[in-house]
Design a protein around this ligand. Structure first.
Ligand SMILES: [Zn+2]
Length: 356
């Protein structure tokens, strides 16, 4: 059943979604083929996109080739065709993670974030009953990030924003970032934590393990840092969603808990308990991994995510859920594919209506 959301809410449009049983994919990416190139205007390496003769486009970061992409990154028409073909009712768009640039010049990152968010808002406006968005913020400037987050949520109607796993030399748990996380709590935003290639351990590049080990490790480490008792005590609760099934976190949690109990045998609540407030996507490439994420975070906390349209994407959307159907009850499969996302959106809408 689709929850009823007040029609005047920016997300009320979700109630108009007709396709019964359609999937909700919360992990997809987009990039503006006309993204402003800030090279020369701000110090550092900025993204640029060059249109290729075959209709595709080449993304460069600081002039260095990063990835070739195609119209699926910017064409709503193409996206809708693909969604229809795979039974996806709704996609949540987020920036290409390599463009988040939390270590770049703060003023440039703020300008780039605004431009990316305006682009995402334009895509959403072309199919408001099928697309939602998570924006970008200049997290290296926490007050500016809080302001852009408020714009994303309050003016653009986004679910929240996507952030990386670290900010220059800072962990997401660092006190310096508290203003941003406070704003996230106050605005009822969803914070999607997604690893970025540039942040993975440089040891892994030559081994060819940046994708396989680096990214999930980054996510696991960042999330574990956010779940420490100290951070839980200091910061208000924020709706966090981890990419890629939570990375390494689900398998690490029992050991993290053990460490806490070794330090304090009487500890009342451990990280594994606090982890049950997290959301994660379903993109584990492994039915056992997906079942473990459900076990660690809870059956209401896992949401379908595919990484459309990138090469690592799940194809077709929902294939991973189908593969895990012998490990998960039918209602849990349906919840991950669709119902949990609607419940989360309703929860976000409620949080916003009570915060204003
Ligand atoms: Zn992704």
């Amino acid at each position: 059943m689709i929850p009823r959301i007040p029609a005047d809410d920016a997300m009320g449009r979700l109630t108009g979604i007709a396709a019964p049983g359609g999937l909700v994919d919360i992990h997809t990416h987009a990039i503006d083929p006309d993204i402003p190139d800030l090279t020369g205007r701000y110090p550092g390496a900025w993204p640029s996109v060059e249109r290729l003769p075959d209709g595709r486009a080449r993304v460069r970061i600081g002039g260095v080739r990063y990835r070739d992409v195609d119209e699926r990154c910017w064409s709503v028409e193409r996206r809708l065709r693909d969604m229809d073909a795979e039974g996806v009712a709704v996609q949540v768009l987020s920036p290409m993670p390599a463009t988040l640039l939390h270590s770049a010049d703060a003023a440039g990152a703020a300008e780039l974030s605004r431009a990316q968010n305006d682009f995402l808002a334009t895509l959403v406006s072309k199919a408001p009953d099928r697309l939602l968005a998570l924006g970008a913020v200049p997290l290296q400037a926490p007050e500016a990030a809080a302001k852009e987050l408020a714009r994303c949520v309050g003016e653009l109607g986004f679910l929240g924003v996507e952030i990386g796993t670290r900010v220059a030399g800072l962990e997401l748990a660092d006190e310096a970032l508290d203003p941003f996380f406070r704003a996230a709590a106050e605005t009822g935003a969803l914070i999607f934590i997604h690893p970025v290639d540039a942040d993975v351990d440089p040891r892994l590049g030559p081994l060819g393990l940046g994708f396989g080990v680096g990214m999930p490790s980054e996510t696991g480490l960042a999330a574990a840092g956010l779940l420490t008792p100290e951070v839980a005590q200091r910061r208000p609760a924020v709706r966090l969603c981890l990419a890629h099934g939570g990375g390494t976190l689900p398998s690490l949690l029992p050991r993290i808990d053990k460490g806490e109990r070794l330090r304090d045998r009487e500890v009342a609540e451990v990280t594994g308990d606090r982890a049950r407030s997290l959301y994660c996507d379903s993109l584990t490439y492994d039915p056992d991994g997906l079942a473990l994420a459900v076990r660690r975070f809870g059956a209401t906390q896992v949401l379908l995510g595919t990484d459309y349209p990138f090469i690592a994407r799940e194809r077709p959307a929902g294939a991973g859920l189908e593969a895990a159907a012998d490990r998960l009850p039918e209602d849990v499969v349906a919840a991950i594919g669709r119902d949990n996302a609607f419940r989360l959106v309703e929860d976000l809408a409620t949080a916003r209506s009570t915060s204003t």
